[in-house]
Design a binder for this molecule. Structure first.
Ligand code: HEM
Ligand SMILES: *[C@@H]1O[C@H](CO)[C@@H](O)[C@H](O)[C@H]1NC(C)=O
Ligand SMILES: *[C@@H]1O[C@H](CO)[C@@H](O)[C@H](O)[C@H]1NC(C)=O
Ligand SMILES: *[C@@H]1O[C@H](CO)[C@@H](O)[C@H](O)[C@H]1NC(C)=O
Length: 536
């Protein structure tokens, strides 16, 4: 196992070197010499070399949204030397991530932190579209897939009760005064971490000091990733080759130290499972156990097993993804709920109407609608990307073909999509009831009858409300924790509303971050305000 604790700077090094060697050559010709289709429209007047770097660094998804208003929903943007394609409508996401999912479900890794933390693309989030990735997906699916997730309802309501107790405790230590945003966030962080560890490695009641250690390591690695040389380095090769090289290497060494500390913690948790590996009599209950026993399937009758290192690097990545996104979503949801007293009363009635049992998301349509609206209105990630693995064309709303290369990163921009009036009436109003309307179409699932959803075409610009959102992604790379997250959030909302009236809160002020677990597309947090929890 020594190698698990030192996957080594060698990884980061060889990646840097390979970046130096890959001269980016943009030729516009097909193999038979005919010209390729043009790239989708791009913002003009961008500075030479940096191109859109500064503007995207400063304004992130907002820059894409504004260019899309000017140029149309399908745009391409050159950031430094890399050209990305940005999808700014639901129908383009369906076309690219769902209909063409065979072509566009790869992933690219960019900066040194990403390389290091994914062991060069060995985690489910970072792995290319290959059998290795399929095996991991399957192992995760049999633990938290739709058919199995109800097993975790007990865990979720226990976690919700824990949060409620934590709030009670905080309240009494402050003589009933409101709880400020920072303390609430700490409570929410602990619940999100505890829940994630339970699902991923079967750790319940982890000692808070250990949870704090994990989140601290995660924060420190994020800070390294936010370093400007990382930011520039992954878009502009020449920077990697010169001035920043040493700075990068120093940062890498720090990142490696942090990563090794994390590996140590997870190694301790997983060694009992690793020792039992292959013992068919052990019931598989966690993602860790499942990853250690990859089952055969029709297309993969004799699966190669993952190495212990590969399992652990996945467990860390899944835990951190789950922790950060759950805590971000839950904190936002509580802040939002606190600012909506009437909605709280409706939810209170809904929760009370379930008699003689605990109740789950299945019993609470209004809570489900609240969660969906929160995920639409304020998703933890406003952007995520898939990568193409073949050269092909993408059609814009008017069936005009544009170029996609092998390796082009394709970004879904939820800032544009989730506020598209063709799917969401009065999109800038927070309104959970929009999800309770009967006749609805989907932004994320391809409408099989029409083959292509063509509501982007000007001729068929008919409004029909959407029944879903894209906060969990779409297509083959879709989030595997969507159901778990929805059920966990629902249990928490039900519990809080049953115990308290919430007053105060503010979900409208957002803070955008560049760094995250572990990609350049950023994340958005709610700043929050103090909340008074009045016992019912
Ligand atoms: C509110 C909470 C969460 C949000 C907003 C969220 C969001 C996302 C998004 C946007 C993606 C990328 C989708 C795409 O590229 O199309 C993703 C992927 C993924 N999520 Fe989540 N997630 C959440 C919670 C969780 C939890 C709790 C787990 C598991 C315990 C989880 C497991 C995964 C996995 C395994 C993938 C990788 C998919 C792949 O690349 O093959 N997520 N998530
Ligand atoms: C993927 O792209 C190729 C062009 O390279 C195209 O012929 C093929 O139909 C696409 N695959 C899918 C599933 O659409
Ligand atoms: C919420 O969205 C999910 C998809 O993410 C969907 O399955 C569910 O039916 C929606 N619930 C409501 C009440 O709209
Ligand atoms: C959610 O997960 C993604 C992918 O792992 C990550 O990039 C992002 O930072 C997470 N969101 C938050 C709010 O941390």
């Amino acid at each position: 196992m020594g190698s698990a604790v030192s996957i080594l700077s060698a990884t980061a090094f060889s990646w840097l070197i390979s970046q130096l060697m890959t001269g980016v050559l943009w030729d516009g010709k097909n193999q038979d010499g005919t010209p390729k289709n043009p790239w989708a429209p791009s913002p003009s007047n961008q500075p030479y070399i940096w191109n859109a770097y500064d503007e995207v660094a400063e304004r992130q998804y907002r820059a894409f949204t504004d260019w899309a208003k000017e140029l149309g929903a399908l745009i391409s943007v050159k950031i430094g030397q890399k050209r990305m394609v940005v999808l700014n409508s639901g129908s383009l996401v369906q076309e690219s991530f769902v209909r063409l999912e065979q072509n566009n479900s790869a992933r690219s890794i960019r900066d040194g932190v990403e390389v290091l933390m994914t062991d060069s693309g060995k985690t489910v989030f970072a792995a290319p579209f290959e059998i290795y990735w399929v095996r991991i997906r399957r192992a995760i699916a049999i633990i938290i897939g739709a058919a199995y997730i109800a097993k975790f309802d007990g865990l979720f309501s226990a976690q919700a009760a824990k949060l409620s107790q934590g709030i009670q405790f905080e309240k009494s230590s402050k003589n009933g005064k409101p709880i400020d945003a920072e303390h609430l966030r700490q409570l929410v962080n602990l619940i999100a971490m505890d829940t994630s560890l339970a699902i991923v490695v079967g750790q319940t009641n982890t000692d808070p000091a250990t949870m704090l250690l994990i989140s601290e390591k995660c924060r420190e690695i994020e800070a390294i990733q936010a370093n400007k040389w990382y930011q520039y380095g992954h878009f502009i090769n020449i920077i990697q080759s010169t001035y920043s090289f040493l700075a990068l290497m120093r940062k890498s060494l720090t990142a490696i130290a942090q990563r090794n500390d994390l590996l140590e913690v997870f190694l301790e948790w997983t060694s009992p499972f690793i020792a039992n590996r292959g013992d068919q009599t052990v019931e598989v209950r966690t993602i860790a156990e499942s990853l250690l026993t990859i089952l055969p399937s029709k297309n993969d009758p004799e699966p190669a097993q993952l190495t212990a290192d590969q399992v652990i690097v996945n467990l860390i990545h899944i835990t951190l993804h789950s922790y950060k996104n759950l805590s971000s979503a839950l904190f936002t949801l509580i802040q939002r709920l606190a600012s909506l007293p009437e909605l709280q009363e409706r939810i209170y009635a809904e929760v009370l109407s379930v008699k003689d049992k605990e109740g789950t998301l299945d019993d609470w349509p209004l809570i489900g609608a609240l969660i969906n609206e929160s995920m639409r209105f304020e998703p933890p990630m406003r952007m995520y990307s898939h990568t193409s693995r073949v050269e092909h064309d993408i059609l814009d709303g008017e069936d005009k073909p544009f170029r996609i290369d092998d390796g082009t990163e394709i970004i879904a921009n939820l800032d544009a999509i989730h506020f598209d009036e063709q799917y969401y009436a009065e999109p800038h109003t927070f309104n959970p009831d929009r999800f309770l309307v009967k006749e609805k179409k989907s932004v994320s699932i391809l409408d099989k009858r029409t083959e292509r959803n063509d509501d982007n075409k000007k001729s068929k610009n008919k409004f029909m409300p959407a029944r879903d959102h894209l906060a969990f992604g779409a297509g083959r790379r879709k989030c595997q924790g969507a159901k778990a997250s929805e059920r966990m959030l629902a249990a928490t909302v039900a519990r809080l509303v049953k115990s308290y009236k919430l007053e105060g809160g503010d979900a409208n002020v957002k803070v955008d971050y560049h760094s995250n677990i572990w990609s350049w597309t950023g994340r958005t947090e709610t700043k929050g305000d103090e909340i008074k929890f009045i016992s019912r």
